[in-house]
Design a protein. Structure first.
Length: 188
């Protein structure tokens, strides 16, 4: 099983690759038709090659069109984003988290089911953040501070970030910047 077979593919990606494969027949087919038409038009000794080019070109172009239009028949599964409620189309139901096409958030999936998300506000900047039961540590999307979450009432968070990873406090003192050396002169 290849790496791409392990995860559900977006139906738009499958359609795009199908049309890319179809172009491998369409473009040479059209070129063969043009060369065959030139052979028929401008040469008595190229008439046979011209007909072969036209017949082969029509066949390749027809096969390319057939292959391209079969991409519209690809069946897909709609999965709704829990954040923005946009519809995401996959070839089959995803078994792992995926990124929403519209809001670019990671939609949590556990055992093949989309998990509901809860909302919590950051205590520092009051920005709304989302978490699910898969979330171990939550960082505020606005100020990068750790937001304490608890999935069970009365239970402390099970995991903490390493010190220095998230913003803890900011130094509110004012600093004075002094330029003591202009440095090398580079502009003239």
């Amino acid at each position: 099983m290849s790496e791409t077979d392990k995860h559900a593919q977006r139906s738009s990606d499958v359609q795009e690759s199908t049309w890319a494969d179809a172009m491998m027949y369409l473009i040479p087919g059209i070129i063969a038709i043009v060369i065959g038409a030139v052979g028929l038009r401008y040469g008595e000794m190229f008439v046979g090659i011209g007909w072969v080019g036209i017949i082969g070109g029509v066949g390749a172009t027809g096969f390319g069109l057939y292959k391209g239009f079969t991409s519209k028949k690809i069946e897909f599964v709609k999965v709704e984003c829990v954040y923005c409620h946009a519809q995401n189309h996959f070839t089959y139901h995803p078994d792992d988290d995926f990124r929403c096409d519209k809001c670019q958030r990671l939609v949590p999936i556990l055992n093949g089911k989309v998990l509901p998300v809860e909302q919590v506000r950051c205590g520092f900047c009051n920005t709304l953040n989302y978490y699910s039961e898969k979330t171990e540590v939550l960082l505020c999307e606005n100020c990068n501070r750790e937001v304490p979450i608890s999935l069970d009432e009365g239970r402390a968070p099970t995991k903490r970030l390493a010190p220095g990873y998230a913003v803890k406090t900011e130094d509110q003192r004012q600093f004075e910047l002094r330029l003591i050396d202009p440095g090398p002169k580079t502009e003239e």
